[in-house]
Design a protein around this ligand. Structure first.
Ligand code: G
Ligand code: G
Ligand code: MN
Ligand code: NA
Length: 249
């Protein structure tokens, strides 16, 4: 597999880069933080999106050193932002299963000097199907003060009972449900149900993939606390992100 060989070399050659997309507090309209999204700047193929190499990185185990690089790079970037800006980083279930994950997260925080309370780690519902070791690691990371976020909610196999067992502080509603707003009554009902559940469990709720004002208004009325999507900003390289003026105190 040519891409696999390239992938191994890419990390050594520094071909990965992070783009950042803001997430917004709906009530205040202010940016709360940025999600780091990895891209591969391939010398021949140009910018490759994560869905084209993350699955291969997971199969081959390269996700472990790649994920560690993402964490270290993102924490080092975020420490230069205003202190109220949070950083969200995606964590693969393969990384979470790896025995060194707690130390990797702790190490990235120590090396950068970023406060643990500014970091959010996004995991998908598959972590709830993972073994006891993964769940223990998540608990340990949560105990450091890092927030654990349940990403892409509604697309996986999560049993609702896990929601209360795991230390999630936020749920992100998958953008598939948001894309169907406002026309799709089923999606509207699902968004309301997820929001009610999250608020009953004292969790924040982010709607992903918000592209229109109309979607935002529906999500706000449904009780979503946060939003992210092209309506606000596309993911951009670190040098191009706009740090909101009102956040600088
Ligand atoms: O940026 P984009 O929308 O193309 O991302 C597509 C998918 O890749 C998303 O599901 C996102 O969670 C995932 N992804 C992006 N960056 C990372 C990363 O650093 N690590 C992992 N594990 N997944 C990522
Ligand atoms: O799976 P995860 O949510 O971690 O990844 C977010 C992905 O969604 C990124 O690849 C990002 O580029 C993409 N994304 C972010 N905002 C929007 C949006 O408003 N519309 C669409 N279609 N995709 C988005
Ligand atoms: Mn995510
Ligand atoms: Na997501």
């Amino acid at each position: 597999h040519a891409l696999e060989i390239d992938l191994r070399r890419a990390l050594q050659r520094g071909e990965f880069e992070l783009h950042y997309q803001p997430f917004i507090n709906i009530a205040s309209g202010l940016v709360c933080g940025f999600e780091a999204l990895v891209r591969w700047r391939h010398p021949q193929q140009g910018l490759i999106p994560p869905d084209r190499f993350i699955p291969l990185a997971e199969e081959t185990g390269i996700i472990v050193p790649l994920g560690a690089w993402v964490l270290e790079r993102a924490c080092a970037d975020a420490v230069t932002w205003p202190v109220e800006m949070r950083l969200a980083v995606n964590l693969s279930p393969v990384q979470l299963r790896h025995c060194g994950i707690v130390e990797t997260v702790g190490g990235a925080l120590r090396a950068s000097g970023l406060l643990a309370t500014r970091l959010e780690l996004e995991v998908t519902e598959t972590v709830m199907l993972a073994g006891a070791d993964s769940r223990k690691s998540l608990q340990a990371i949560g105990a450091m003060g890092v927030s654990i976020v349940l990403d892409d909610f509604g697309t996986g196999y999560a049993s609702l009972s896990y929601l209360a067992e795991m230390p999630f502080s936020k749920i992100k509603i998958d953008r598939g449900f948001v894309a169907d707003l406002p026309t799709h009554h089923t999606s509207r009902a699902i968004v309301s149900a997820i929001t009610n559940l999250a608020s009953a469990l004292h969790m924040e709720i982010t709607a992903e993939g918000v592209e229109t004002e109309e979607q935002l208004m529906i999500l706000k009325a449904a009780g979503c606390t946060h939003a992210q999507g092209y309506y606000f900003a596309r993911p951009r390289p670190i040098g191009d992100i706009e740090m909101p003026r009102q956040a600088k105190k």
